[in-house]
Ligand binder design. Structure first.
Ligand code: NAD
Length: 398
């Protein structure tokens, strides 16, 4: 457990540990909705408000068939640490809906999002929970939420024309690329000579690839749910991205490279591996076969605790999710602030904020790692827990 690991290194008041071991509140919902004439959706959804000492619960909405209450809770907790690490005034929350979004038409998905808004209307209207996109949801879904609440502050990740922020869509990938660049500089890796494999080519994976390609890194392998492609000379990421996300072609039809088995990507002989799809993809079954020296966690929780022990033994260097993928929530904060003030923010400014906040969090983590002689995940957790506990003290919670 992360709390126990950190409490062995720094003093964490026992009352804070008691509070942080459990979510403040969580709701388990049964959805029963006729989405169209001949289709009834019956499924479960979970909303977790893990901790709000630093601000309203912030966290994405995930549509995935295997979502559970436990997974939603873990993701909500992760948001507590992520927002604290990068110093933005939000707490941690998350929503999980156990459904495969690919089985829904756009109209059916919209109906489901509206039903979800109906079920958590109170929290959304009061600003107690501020959602954003996560796996299986996108800017259009956030626009639907805005349409239901008529409140620009109630949701982030909206399309720029619907009160959204230019650059928010790219922001998570932008932050992953920025932290990968900083890590490469620290270990003296030259982009042109550094090979990268990215698992997942959705929002986060494709933008990460795009910005790394722009910086000159050699992205030589990519995968999505169906397949993986590989080209040792480097893939043309902007062209692939255009074919995949704009023209909707599957990776296999859009590639100029060799097709490989989907999960083979994780075990390729590359310098940097970036899991940017689901959680729990590096397990005790494949940890021993991972060859990449550096792993940058673009996805949330991509490495199981047991697998991490194996990787540590093998001297892999892991840049943790709460640092690597925090760019999205940083941009969400800028979007939320913009909704309150009515100001306009150009795309370049969003990029600059993400780059600067990630750089400053990266430097903090490196310093703490040296100071306590711990790995980067533990260093990031130390910084995050200190922030949360200090706020609890400021608010008289302890
Ligand atoms: P997305 O739905 O846009 O894309 C997911 C991608 O992963 C798709 O290309 C899908 O085909 C692929 N995929 C799924 N299972 C796979 C598998 N087993 N092997 C290979 N590819 C697989 O989701 P996203 O928003 O890009 O989120 C990806 C990850 O990043 C998630 O873990 C999410 O929690 C995390 N994250 C997202 C954001 C954000 O702003 N969207 C922010 C922080 C963290």
């Amino acid at each position: 457990m992360m709390l126990d690991r950190v409490a062995k290194i720094i003093d964490v008041p026992p009352h804070a540990i008691n509070l942080l071991r459990h979510p403040e509140r969580e709701v388990s919902l049964t959805i029963n909705l006729r989405v169209s004439e001949d289709k009834l959706v019956q499924t479960n959804a979970y909303v977790c408000f893990y901790n709000t000492v630093r601000g309203p619960a912030k966290g994405g909405i995930r549509f995935h068939p295997e979502v559970t209450l436990l997974e939603t809770r873990k993701l909500a907790e992760l948001m507590v640490w992520k927002t604290a690490l990068v110093g933005i005034p939000f707490g941690g929350g998350k929503t999980g809906v156990a459904i495969d979004p690919h089985q829904l038409t756009r109209a059916e998905k919209t109906a489901l999002i509206k039903e979800l808004v109906h079920l958590i209307r109170h929290e959304l209207m009061l600003g107690d929970y501020i959602p954003a996109p996560d796996m299986g949801t996108d800017a259009r879904d956030m626009a639907t939420i805005f349409g239901e609440t008529h409140n620009l502050e109630s949701v982030t990740g909206k399309p720029p024309r619907v009160g959204g922020l230019p650059g928010r869509e790219e922001a998570t990938g932008r932050g992953v690329a920025q932290s990968t660049k900083l890590l490469s500089q620290k270990y003296d890796l030259k982009p042109q000579k550094t090979t990268v494999a990215i698992q997942g080519f959705g929002n986060v994976g494709s933008w990460t690839g795009y910005f790394l390609h722009q910086q000159g890194f050699k992205v030589i392998a990519l995968s999505d749910i169906g397949t993986a492609i590989y080209n040792p000379d480097g893939l043309n990421i902007p062209a692939l991205k255009e074919n995949y996300s704009v023209r909707g072609q599957p990776l296999s039809e859009a590639h100029r490279g060799q097709k490989i088995a989907r999960d083979e990507l994780l075990e390729l002989n590359v310098d940097i591996l970036i899991p940017a799809a689901a959680g729990g993809v590096i397990t005790t079954h494949n940890a021993n076969k991972i060859k990449a020296k550096y792993i940058v966690e673009a996805a949330n929780n991509p490495i199981t605790e047991e697998a991490e022990l194996i990787l540590k033994d093998k001297q892999h260097i892991i840049l943790p999710d709460i640092l690597a993928n925090a760019g999205g929530v940083v941009a969400s904060y800028v979007e939320w602030r913009k909704a309150r003030s009515g100001s306009l923010t150009p795309r370049e400014e969003t990029y600059n904020v993400v780059d600067n906040v990630i750089e400053s969090a990266f430097n903090n983590v490196m310093n703490l790692s040296d100071e306590f002689n711990v790995d980067y995940r533990t260093a990031a957790d130390i910084q995050a827990i200190r922030e949360v506990v200090s706020t609890m003290e400021d608010r008289g919670w302890l």
